[in-house]
Ligand binder design. Structure first.
Ligand code: ARG
Length: 482
């Protein structure tokens, strides 16, 4: 596909709305107004929408059956030619809708001029965009499901990989890498559900709303909705051509996906550093430095983190474009396409590369365990031990505070203190303390639902797998019942 000011093999373009004009459009205005550069990606949806509309017009006897058939055949042929790259779009035909209608009329004559009966570009662009984003959501859905699957598989092999958990980026309590992976699984599961909700609100058919006030023709909106796979038809013509909340909602869902990817990327960047050395990205997912020969940089993770910014930017842009528009359609709304297309493209670029990056990274288990052991991550467990021996928690907290203070001064970890040393802090401490505060016990005794214990993690992983298998067979493509 390409665009041209005027294709060599086509007659000079006459504006479809040119009737009431005395002068032709200024060249600069043609360029300025035109959206064909970016809305040509809607051609499949535009043609499908026009075919459904033409078929309904014929059935309802609003146009002759023969014209309806000629239109449908003509549109199918145009679709094939665009697929084959044989069509050059015209900038002065403004957008994908008028480009296709113009080509149709060039090819089939007067019948083509009847296609736009009972329709406006305002409901046409709304139906096209809803169909396009519906498809995009299905693609992103599959990618997010794949990511959830990758996280589950990784978690399965790390239920015993102990690592430090952090708050304030200070070592807090030991967890496992499986628990960390499954935390992100939960976040992406909510993103997945948000995508589903957004899909349902997008899957509503606006054709029949006309420019803003509906139409006097006896349109059968339900049959058009059924043919185009919509689950419902819009209930207010002004609303249907005015709002872009489905675009904003999707951009918000995509921003949240990017926020989660970015946060995880940030952790992987930290973990790849010499200071942490918890993981190492595969060579295939790293890059070097043009000056420093020793460098191996986590560029992929950084770029994903960076790209989150552009998706948030699109969300702000869309909200701002819409905030002051009086009902109904305003040309400002043509500005909805580039941001949402770019947001969709960005997410479709980031999710798969992120999946492959984490699936191939090397995990340094020993470093993770060492990290978990330093920094008194089992101090809470010493306090819990004292509580089990009868001390009130607040008192236990204070005793352990003194133990930690002593240990720092003597450069020992809690499991390196001798029984004599422990006894100076509390007579209730006995030999069994060493077992109670080992990293393994700290993790595996946290059996509360949602905790990091191996048996709890395995259950969470099993639930995740069952969820993914069940979701695999669920179709989002609910349609209007006849
Ligand atoms: N290209 C326009 C858009 O993307 C299509 C709708 C134009 N409608 C109109 N009345 N100018 O919004």
């Amino acid at each position: 596909m390409s665009t041209a000011d005027q294709s060599a093999d086509r007659k000079p373009h006459v504006k479809l709305w040119g009737g009431r004009f005395q002068k032709s459009t200024d060249k600069k205005v043609d360029d300025f107004n035109s959206s064909i550069r970016f809305d040509q990606r809607l051609y499949k949806q535009d043609i499908a929408g026009s075919i459904a509309h033409a078929r309904m017009l014929g059935k309802q006897k609003i146009i002759a059956e023969a014209d309806s058939e000629a239109i449908i055949d003509g549109l199918r042929e145009i679709r094939r030619d665009i697929d084959a790259g044989k069509i050059t779009f015209l900038v002065d035909a403004e957008d994908i809708h008028m480009n296709i209608e113009t080509i149709l009329t060039e090819r089939i004559g007067d019948a083509g001029k009847r296609l736009h009966t009972g329709r406006s570009r305002n409901d046409q662009v709304a139906v096209d965009l809803r169909m396009y984003l519906r498809d995009a959501m299905e693609e992103i859905r599959a990618m997010v499901m794949h990511l959830m699957g990758v996280l589950t598989t990784l978690a399965e092999s790390h239920v015993e990989t102990i690592m430090p958990g952090y708050t304030h980026l200070q070592k807090a309590q030991p967890v496992t890498l499986a628990h960390h992976f499954m935390a992100y699984y939960e976040m992406f599961k909510r993103d997945y559900a948000r995508l589903h909700d957004c899909h349902a609100r997008t899957n509503v058919m606006p054709l029949g709303s006309g420019a803003l006030a509906g139409t006097t023709y006896p349109l059968d909106r339900e049959s058009v909705a059924r043919e185009l796979g919509f689950a419902a038809i819009s209930q207010n013509s002004l609303d249907a051509v005015s709002d872009r909340d489905f675009v904003i909602e999707l951009c918000s869902v995509l921003s949240t996906v990017m926020m989660h990817l970015s946060r995880f990327s940030e952790e992987l960047i930290l973990w790849s550093s010499h200071e942490f050395a918890f993981v190492e990205m595969d060579d295939a997912f790293s890059t070097g430095s043009s000056i420093m020969p020793q460098k191996k940089n986590p560029d992929v993770a950084e770029l994903i983190r960076g790209k989150a910014g552009r998706v948030y930017g699109h969300l702000m842009g869309l909200l701002t474009t819409m905030k002051g528009l009086p009902l109904a359609y305003n040309k400002d709304m043509q500005e909805d396409k580039e941001p949402i297309f770019d947001a969709v493209d960005t997410v479709k670029l980031c999710v798969p590369v992120f999946c492959d990056m984490i699936a191939t990274m090397k995990v340094h288990k020993a470093r993770l365990l060492t990290g978990a052991k330093g920094g008194f991550t089992n101090a809470t467990d010493v306090a819990d031990y004292l509580v089990k021996k009868g001390l009130p928690f607040r008192e236990a907290h204070s005793v352990v505070g003194q133990v930690v203070f002593y240990s720092i001064a003597h450069q020992k970890s809690l499991d390196e203190l001798s029984m004599d040393e422990y006894k100076t802090f509390s007579p209730v401490i006995e030999e069994d303390i060493y077992h109670a505060i080992s990293m393994e016990t700290c993790v595996n005794d946290r059996k509360v639902v949602g905790g990091p214990a191996k048996e709890v993690s395995l259950k969470a992983i099993e639930n995740a797998k069952a969820y993914l298998t069940a979701e695999m067979s669920v179709s989002w493509a609910a349609t209007l019942s006849s």
